[in-house]
Design a protein around this ligand. Structure first.
Ligand code: GDP
Ligand code: IMO
Ligand code: MG
Length: 431
């Protein structure tokens, strides 16, 4: 395969960044096609930790092109900070290492202010957003009042549209949300900086990608979040405001259906989620706390503790059906070492009735009782294992059960946070 999408198949934080970084060694181009800096992808390379929010996870390899497509929403100040931080660590030094779509929408300070004020007012019904303004930015895109990088070209016209938006948003912030208004002068000054700093990266990324595909380059499309956070197919309203699956590649990167050769799903060996919403296999109490500590399950975007649960094959089957997965990369198997027994949810029960799929009425997810299969755990440290045959037998049986229960063949298994701590069974670029 030459063009591969990497898609989260749970509620985000599956380890997409690590797997994209690993595969990027064999790729020419790495593309973000949706989401914004609500994403946080952690990479551990040569003992150094990097957290990427907007910049695609090809950035740590020299000579790769990173593309931010039209489907992403970009906080320009956050992007500048990220690029500066990478440059200070001697990465992404060349201007042509990053291509930014003219058509990507800008996330503005008023989007953040609205996001935060709404969440505060929702109280118990809050979604638990990252507070980075992502939902309000996508709302403006759909309402056709959003500002794009393209608008920055004519700064006078840009300022006029911006001032109009700020007047409208300040009325809303004050009168409806009872929140502080934003300062037009401050935002305009920031956007001036954004224009100066980011213009050099602007590009018709759809044409760039069409040319790269025609030239036979290898391209990775790096999904953000996960299918259960997808605006259509996730646990609405406890979702993010974009489509997070492979179908979003076409709209969000501007490539034709048929140009995507395959999809690699990413899943943890257990499940986590940050923020509110249903979570059938959630483990509360001491075991959940122990797994959170062992897996270092604290959100890299906001530092919030992640909720922890058993592997839920129903959810991953849902993600696999929607994405047509060529393979599954299962990360963080090492975190389950020492847990005995380990459990896999293979179906749900509602009032004594069994279900193999997520109930069509997603609200029922709050009511389902997971049906578990229990398997023996293992206690040997597996973090140095690099071949399947060297895993303890119980770990192998756990993986086999996950393959059977999800219907997706395993392609990789993560046994540590470092790039090389991965058992590679099949490389999509070698297929
Ligand atoms: P992403 O948003 O999907 O890229 O995932 P995050 O980076 O937010 O969260 C995954 C976390 O798990 C990060 O801290 C990674 O460094 C770490 N990680 C990824 N794969 C593995 C693995 O196989 N084992 C362990 N122990 N940590 C991993
Ligand atoms: P990565 O790419 C985990 C969650 C938030 C919240 C909901 C809506 O690192 O996997 P938003 O700010 O997007 O409006 O918040 O979505 N969320 C994520 N959870 N990983 C992510 O990204 C997430 N991106 C959004 O916690 O519940
Ligand atoms: Mg993350």
């Amino acid at each position: 395969m030459k063009t591969v999408a990497v898609v989260g198949s749970q509620w985000g934080d599956e380890g997409k960044g690590k797997i994209v970084d690993l595969l990027a060694a064999d790729a020419d181009v790495v593309v973000r096609f949706q989401g914004g800096n609500n994403a946080a992808h952690t990479l551990v390379v040569d003992g150094e930790k990097f957290i990427l929010r907007l910049v695609p996870a090809g950035a740590l390899h020299d000579g790769k092109t990173c593309v931010i497509g039209n489907g992403a929403v970009v906080d320009p100040i956050a992007l500048i900070e990220e690029v500066d931080s990478l440059r200070s660590r001697n990465r992404m030094r060349a201007d042509d290492a990053l291509k930014l779509s003219y058509d990507a929408h800008l996330v503005m300070p008023y989007h953040r202010a609205i996001d935060r004020a709404r969440e505060a007012r929702l109280g118990k019904r809050a979604i638990g957003t990252t507070g980075f303004g992502i939902g309000p930015a996508y709302e403006d895109k759909m309402a056709r009042i959003g500002l794009r990088f393209d608008d920055l070209e004519n700064f006078a016209a840009f300022t006029e549209k911006l001032e109009y938006n700020i007047r409208e948003k300040n009325l809303y912030l004050r009168a409806v949300l009872k929140a502080k208004p934003v300062s037009a002068a401050e935002i305009i000054a920031k956007m001036k900086i954004a224009r100066t700093r980011l213009r050099r990266y602007l590009c018709d990324t759809s044409i760039y990608l069409a040319d790269a595909i025609a030239a036979g380059k290898r391209i990775l499309f790096e999904g953000a979040h996960g299918v259960m956070l997808d605006i259509d197919h996730g646990t609405y309203p406890y979702v993010t405001s974009s489509n997070c699956g492979a179908s979003a590649v076409f709209g969000g990167a501007g490539i034709a259906p048929g140009r995507l050769d395959g999809v690699l799903g990413i899943s943890k060996a257990y499940t986590t989620r940050v923020g509110g919403g249903p979570f059938p296999t959630e483990i509360k109490g001491r075991l959940g706390d122990a797994l959170r500590a062992e897996g270092d399950e604290f959100g890299s975007a906001t530092g919030r503790p992640r909720r922890i649960g058993w592997f839920d094959a129903v959810l991953v089957r849902h993600a696999a059906r929607l994405n047509g997965m060529w393979g599954l990369a299962l990360t963080k198997l090492d975190v389950l070492t020492g847990i005995d027994p380990v459990k896999i949810c293979v179906g749900y029960e509602i009032r004594g009735k069994s279900f193999a799929e997520i109930p069509a009425n997603r609200r029922m997810l709050d009511k389902v009782k997971p049906v578990y299969e229990e398997l023996p755990g293992w206690s040997d440290d597996i973090s140095d294992v690099r071949a399947l045959a060297d895993l303890p037998e119980a770990a192998r049986r756990y993986l086999e059960r996950i393959e059977a229960a999800t219907g997706v063949p395993l392609a990789m298994v993560g046994v540590g946070a470092a790039r090389e701590a991965t058992i590679v069974l099949r490389n999509p670029f070698a297929d």
